[in-house]
Structure formats: structure tokens, C-alpha cells
Write a protein that binds this ligand. Structure first.
Ligand SMILES: Nc1ncnc2c1ncn2[C@@H]1O[C@H](COP(=O)(O)OP(=O)(O)OP(=O)(O)O)[C@@H](O)[C@H]1O
Length: 278
């Protein structure tokens, strides 16, 4: 491992706009995202909403290099993310917490957060396996940073507990800590409030604000809990059937007739039923 991989020498990061520009994603005959464009401005909380099957997850997967894009571009400032692997995208500053918490339940909180940290090292697990002294020094510094992130998220006292033994809300924090461990300038949160009660959701809202203000990064949020979205987001982008249908501040978007139709949409033949939702 080279000195460039030590914690102090991680690249300085400016928080840049994340630009999704005319992105199309498809699977065979299905167009999951159809020339979608929007920009997440630095240090804002930006929500991406839409009914089931609207293309929100596909959009996250296109940004993070999990799904290939058929056309269009994803850029972070001047840096091209299009066509990069998930690992490269993480290294370039995009952290992602998943809808279904995917922690290694038997491992400690610290070890789970360190999984995010390894994406910052060129050699990854293999170089740690060799256990050279400089590698071990670097690992300690990465562990210190992981512990700092956990402290910031209020789980500093849980570092050595089994991740799987924690209450749901704390497991979500570990998941977010792991995403923050890549030192992102943009954090993608995929339905963070899913499965939470109202008290947990209120705590989550506070946590998201704390991340934005405390770390000064941008947050792109996919969420079905409209109370959370409207209370938190600076800007909201709405998708429906893979298309971008609205964009603006929450109070404007929730009055938009296109958005109301997408959520409450009825067909003339079948009033009261949603139009062809899967
Ligand atoms: N891997 C895939 N293979 C085939 N079709 C897919 C795949 N991923 C998504 N789709 C299809 O793309 C469309 C958009 O799905 P996507 O999961 O992106 O929507 P979503 O807005 O995230 O929905 P939800 O709110 O239900 O999670 C749907 O028709 C879905 O069936």
C-alpha cells in the first residue's frame, strides 16, 4: 500500500453538483428511465419520488454504476461517472445506503463500517492480508476515522457490538456510516424510512439534517414517506413510468397537477384505480 492511501492523504473533495443528463436505462423492451435529467446542487437535500415502478431505483443504479446507461451522462462536477464501475463511483465520491439493510450481522459495527473504508484503499483486503507494518498503521487510521463517523452518527458506543444485535434504527445508522466511510460528497439514501415507526422516522430526519450540515455534503433521497420528503427536501424531482414529470421546491411539486395525477391517477374506465401499476 502506498502513502497515497493513508487517511490524511485522501484526495481533497470539493462538493460539486451531481448532474443526471438525459439518462436512459432499459431492460430488453422495458424502458425503466427515459431521458431523465436533473441536478443535485451542492449541500442540498434532493428527493427523488414517484409511484411504484417509476424508475427511482433504476436511477440510483445508473448513478452508482450498477446498471449500464443506454444513453445520457452522469457527472459529478467535471468528473464523468458514466460507464464507471460501482467501486470507482464510490471512490469518486458517491456513497450509497441501501433500502434493505445489508449488514454482516455477525460482524462488529466497526468491521461493517470498515467495509466501506476498504473501497478507499487500492489494495483492499488483499494488501491488508499481507499485514505489512505501514498497512497496519494505515488500517488503524482508517479505523479511527470509521470510529469518528460512528460517533458523529450516535453509534460510537456500539463499535464492538455485533451489528445484527442492534435495534433497527441503529442498524440503519451503521448502514449510513458505511456509506459515509467512503468520504462521499453525495450520499444516496434509498428509502431510509422504510420499516420505521414515526418516532424512528423523526430521528432519521434529524440525522439527515445533521449529515448535511455537519459534513456539508449533498443528499439524494428516494423515499415513499411524503411527510419526511416534504419536511426535509430543498428540491424534489418526480418520476412517473420512467419519465421526469416535475421538479422544484416541495410546496410547488405537491400542487403540480401532473404529480397529483401520477399519485392519484385514475383511468376513465376504471375510476379509483391506478393506471396499470405493476
Ligand atoms: N433488473 C431489472 N430487470 C428488468 N426490469 C427491471 C429491472 N430493474 C427495474 N426494472 C423495471 O424498471 C421499471 C422501473 O423500476 P424501478 O425499480 O427503478 O422503480 P422504482 O421507482 O424504484 O419502484 P419502487 O418504488 O417500487 O421501488 C419497472 O418496470 C421495473 O420492473
Amino acid at each position: 500500500m502506498s502513502a497515497a492511501e493513508t487517511v490524511d492523504n485522501l484526495p481533497e473533495r470539493n462538493v460539486q453538483p451531481l448532474e443526471i443528463d438525459g439518462v436512459t436505462v432499459g431492460f430488453g423492451g422495458i424502458t425503466a428511465l427515459d431521458e431523465v435529467s436533473f441536478t443535485v446542487q451542492p449541500r442540498t437535500i434532493h428527493a427523488l419520488i414517484g409511484p411504484n415502478g417509476a424508475g427511482k431505483s433504476s436511477c440510483f443504479n445508473a448513478i452508482t454504476g450498477v446498471y449500464p446507461v443506454r444513453s445520457g451522462r452522469v457527472r459529478l462536477g467535471d468528473t464523468e461517472l458514466t460507464g464507471k464501475s460501482a467501486h470507482q463511483v464510490a471512490r469518486l465520491g458517491i456513497g450509497r445506503a441501501f433500502q434493505n439493510i445489508a449488514l454482516v450481522g455477525e460482524s462488529s459495527v466497526l468491521d461493517n463500517v470498515m467495509l466501506g473504508r476498504y473501497s478507499l484503499t487500492r489494495g483492499g483486503f488483499l494488501s491488508y492480508g499481507l499485514r505489512a507494518p505501514w498497512t497496519m498503521r494505515a488500517e488503524r487510521r482508517h479505523q479511527d476515522r470509521a470510529a469518528e463517523i460512528c460517533d458523529f452518527l450516535g453509534i460510537g458506543s456500539r463499535l464492538h457490538q455485533r451489528a445484527g444485535s442492534l435495534p433497527y434504527g441503529d442498524q440503519k445508522r451503521v448502514d449510513i456510516a458505511r456509506a459515509l466511510a467512503v468520504e462521499p460528497t453525495v450520499l444516496l439514501l434509498d428509502e431510509p424510512a422504510a420499516g420505521m415507526n414515526s418516532a424512528e422516522t423523526a430521528e432519521l430526519a434529524e440525522l439527515i439534517q445533521q449529515i448535511r450540515h455537519g459534513l456539508g455534503i449533498s443528499i439524494l433521497l428516494v423515499e415513499h414517506d411524503m411527510g419526511l420528503v416534504m419536511g426535509l427536501a430543498d428540491r424534489v424531482t418526480v418520476l412517473d413510468f420512467g419519465k421526469h414529470i416535475a421538479d422544484g421546491p416541495p410546496e410547488q411539486v405537491q400542487r403540480d397537477p401532473e404529480v397529483v395525477r401520477a399519485y392519484l391517477g385514475t383511468t376513465a374506465d376504471n375510476p379509483g384505480e391506478k393506471e396499470g401499476r405493476p
